[in-house]
Design a protein around this ligand. Structure first.
Ligand code: GLU
Length: 508
């Protein structure tokens, strides 16, 4: 399904504002999309949609060993699930394609030849081993090492001869002297001395492009106006700016987004829990809740109001220039809190609950709609995600009559068995117990037994649930009764529970 092009909640004239604003999102298909990457995509998308620009998806698959087609597909799937759409990309086309780097090799090679011809780039025949040993030696002496320019000034004849002799070479950019600077929306103006920059490799000896080179050629030719990406690329940017200069293109504006850390302040990784977008989806998070939460990683909607900002408002309220350059901490508790808020409101909650129950065998053949509605209404307030529903339901449906201490303790006092018998007698008048019926019974039991408060309710809870704590009876009773009526996985109704309990006590 092609992505929707323009969010319906935005005024259509916003489209015209940003005709020249072109922002790209450039994931590499070398693994599952993770939340750090998704945050980059989200900030870029929010910024673009807010300003009516064009959002370009480019697949950076120059790492031929690690790139896999199914990861590319999972990027599309994850983004679509999450709610990010794109105007140009490998799957939807556009006027600046191809949008997969592996299909652009000829473009990179052509530009490299041009740079060599113009004298801005050169072939370097130094072997990687040779340079590595130079760098090691310098390191041992505590000196910083940059490529010494060994092949910078080889004559054309010398180069031709080496090429003819089959010597391997890479193509390097000739780094100019002076400083190099760029504007960064998050970090402000950045300046670097080019002294510390080695002549960067543009094409490797197998004629494949390096990241720094391909990304500049693409961003330039795709007329990208804003480069929004992770700050792990901040140190690459001076080299990239030099490549823009050499190619004769305007340097775009940059926004480098901070790293995301786990609660222990180390880089967010699998150790901290789910990090792949697909996992959040599997765990039953609502995409709009995840989007809301991820938008808060480095940005906040301001002092006023809550942090619950749904996607349509995010597009309006997000401010790239307010993004914090310090690392953001991923807080699973806050994500769960936000997900709970959305679960209560979402029109899709019931269908997700149905999906979550499907593999458990706790969906009746008949009366499924009523059951799903009841399960959702009863349990959704107590779970973080819909995938917690089966275990929440299990704890309600199960009736683990056992000799647990809690149960024997609750039955320890002499009047309790009388109370339960009286409860059992009252129940006989009902086919189906509603919570109102239960209340009426309780009122009557108060009178006949003289018990009240915990003395009354606790034994009733233990009898009905065979546990000494659990969900409120107000929720439990209607759910258990409906489950029994619909025949959900052998659920016992309240009468059967009391009967089973009394039988067990009698035989004990
Ligand atoms: N493919 C790069 C990455 O996934 C993107 C770098 C960039 O946006 O320039 O980190």
């Amino acid at each position: 399904m092609p992505p929707t092009r323009w969010p319906s909640f935005l005024p259509s004239n916003m489209k015209d504002i940003g005709n020249s604003l072109r922002v790209r999102y450039a994931p590499s298909p070398t693994g599952l999309l993770h939340v750090g990457n998704l945050r980059t995509g989200l900030f870029a998308w929010l910024f673009t949609r807010q300003r009516g620009g064009t959002f370009v998806l480019r697949i950076e698959d120059t790492d031929r060993v690690r790139s896999e087609t199914h990861y590319e597909q999972s990027i599309y799937d994850d983004l679509q699930w999450f709610g990010i759409d794109w105007d140009e990309g490998p799957d939807v086309g556009g006027g600046y394609g191809p949008y997969r780097q592996s299909e652009r090799y000829e473009i990179y090679r052509g530009r490299a030849s041009q740079l060599i011809a113009e004298g801005s780039a050169f072939r370097c025949f130094c072997s990687a081993d040779e340079l590595a040993s130079q760098s090691e030696t310098a390191k041992a002496k505590g000196i910083s090492w940059t490529y010494p320019g060994t092949c910078r000034n080889l004559t054309r004849d010398a180069v031709d001869l080496k090429v003819k002799d089959g010597e391997e070479s890479v193509v390097r950019l000739k780094v100019r002297e002076g400083t190099v600077g760029f504007a960064d929306i998050v970090h402000g103006d950045m300046q670097f001395s080019t002294e510390v920059i080695s002549d960067p490799i543009l094409l490797r000896s197998d004629r494949t492009p390096t990241y720094n080179y391909a990304v500049v050629v693409d961003d330039a030719l795709m007329e990208i106006s804003h480069v929004i990406r992770g700050d792990d690329h901040l140190s690459n940017t001076p080299k990239q700016v030099l490549i823009y200069e050499a190619l004769g293109y305007t340097v775009p504006l940059f926004a480098h987004l901070s790293t995301i850390l786990g609660p222990d302040q180390t880089r967010l990784s699998k150790r901290h829990g789910a990090t792949a977008v697909a996992q959040f989806r599997e765990f039953g998070y609502l995409p709009e809740a995840l989007m809301n939460y991820i938008a808060l990683l480095g940005w906040s909607p301001g002092a006023e109001g809550s942090e619950v900002v749904p996607p349509n408002r995010l597009v309006q309220e997000f401010r790239l220039e307010k993004v914090n350059k310090n690392p953001a901490i991923f807080d699973f508790g806050k994500l769960n809190f936000i997900n709970r808020q959305y679960l209560r409101e979402s029109p899709r909650t019931e269908s997700l609950v149905r999906l979550a129950l499907d593999p458990t065998g706790w969906l009746p053949d008949a009366g499924q709609d009523e059951w799903v509605r009841m399960v959702s209404a009863t349990l959704i307030g107590g779970v973080d995600t819909v995938s917690d529903i089966p275990s929440a339901l299990e704890s309600v449906l199960a009736f683990p009559v056992d000799d647990s201490e809690a149960v024997s303790e609750a039955l320890g006092d002499n009047g309790v068995l009388d109370l339960i018998r009286a409860f059992g007698d009252e129940l006989k008048a009902y086919d189906h117990l509603s919570f109102d019926d239960f209340r009426a019974i309780v009122t009557s039991l108060k009178k006949t037994t003289g018990r009240k408060g915990r003395d009354l309710f606790h034994p009733l809870r233990v009898v009905l649930t065979a546990r000494d704590s659990g969900p409120e009876l107000e929720k439990l009773i209607p759910l258990v009764e409906l489950g029994a009526k619909l025949g959900v996985a052998g659920t016992l109704d309240c009468r059967a529970r009391v009967k089973a309990f009394l039988a067990r006590q009698a035989s004990a």
